[in-house]
Design a protein. Structure first.
Length: 353
């Protein structure tokens, strides 16, 4: 796991980790409203995400199934979803039952045996950004490998006015080469802009298929994703995805801000530390839809940077700035050089030569 962003945001990340660690786990009803403190960002979760007919047909019938029923973005814009981030294993929705664990803003469901796998799902709602992390754990307790499709079903609140605004491949057509997709309604936007991040660069497992028609719930417009999983005997694999609302890292509801934020979801190296807080190294190593982190980096000179690139590298990698104050510099680097700057895996900023 690259620590470049962690080094750049060491101070704020350390505080966040400590405060999260102090949060007490609690068994709570599965229906929850979770406000993160970033503007008006609020996520609504329940165990009523079943469709009655699989992941990409039927309707939002209210049957068992863990679901983010709706969400409000940082500006207070509502109706992001008409049921989303429902996880199906071989066409059957994962269900948590009447109670779950809630630790701070991390919502964790119990393990459930599905198609020979112990399956659990965790939603982490990030304080400080309009971001949710969806972590699916698939543990094979058996003596043989288990091959099974895992489907992720999202129905957009924008209904028939849904418009594809941007994709990671640069067009407005959803294909399996798209790591992320941005949608909104066709006016305003009025509903929250939706950023859906389905995988990262270098992934060993990528979607086998996307569909933009899912179950009916006011409309059937959405994003359906199928991952074909093959979990070896006795091993654990994980899928990690992210949802962003509105400006994602900014308190607005613009496609432009969502698209700027999307660049930070390129790889494990580029993720903000707050987005993967609580995910240990062993868990990171088991995530199959994100590639391994980039090799370690020693210095700006050692990377062969010269001129303006060398100077900007020095500013970023030796800066005392942390968290969001350094974001404009990271964005400048990314827009100019097409990748995230790498800084060494240290707990303090590097004084480069």
């Amino acid at each position: 796991m690259n620590r470049s962003k962690r080094a750049l945001a060491a101070a704020c990340a350390a505080v966040f980790c400590v405060s999260t660690g102090l949060a007490s786990a609690a068994s709570v009803p599965s229906s929850q409203s979770i406000a993160t403190g970033f503007g008006s960002t609020t996520w609504y979760v329940s165990d009523q995400g079943g469709t009655g007919a699989g992941p990409f047909s039927g309707s939002c019938s209210g049957g068992p199934g863990l679901v983010i029923t709706d969400a409000s973005g940082p500006t207070g814009a509502s109706d992001a979803y008409d049921h989303a981030w429902v996880i199906f294993v071989n066409g059957v929705p994962y269900s948590v039952g009447p109670t779950v664990d809630l630790t701070g803003t991390t919502y964790t469901g119990p393990a459930s045996l599905m198609s020979g796998l112990n399956v659990s799902v965790q939603y982490h709602f990030v304080p400080g950004d309009a971001v949710a992390r969806i972590l699916v754990t698939l543990q094979n307790p058996g003596a043989s490998a288990v091959a099974v499709p895992v489907q992720v079903s999202n129905n957009w609140g924008s209904d028939s006015t849904t418009t594809i605004r941007a994709t990671s491949s640069g067009d407005a057509v959803v294909g399996t080469d798209d790591r992320w997709i941005i949608t909104s309604d066709s006016y305003g936007p009025s509903d929250p802009v939706n950023l859906s991040v389905m995988y990262g660069e270098g992934a060993g497992v990528v979607p086998a298929a996307y569909t933009t028609t899912v179950f009916g719930c006011a409309g059937a417009e959405g994003l359906g994703t199928t991952f074909n999983m093959n979990v070896p005997a006795g091993q654990t694999q994980r899928l990690m995805m992210f949802a962003g609302l509105g400006g994602v890292m900014e308190n607005n509801n613009t496609v432009l801000s969502a698209q700027a934020s999307a660049s930070f979801f390129a790889s494990l190296d580029s993720l903000d530390p707050a987005w993967i807080v609580g995910v240990g190294q062993a868990e990171l190593d088991s995530i199959v839809n994100w590639g391994p982190a980039a090799p370690a980096f020693s210095s700006c000179a050692g990377e062969g940077y010269v001129g303006d690139q060398f100077k900007l590298c020095q500013v970023i990698c030796s800066s005392s700035l942390t968290g969001k104050p350094i974001t404009p510099l990271i964005r400048l680097w990314t827009s100019t050089y097409g990748a995230d700057p790498l800084c060494p895996s240290a707990t303090a900023p590097l004084l480069v030569n």
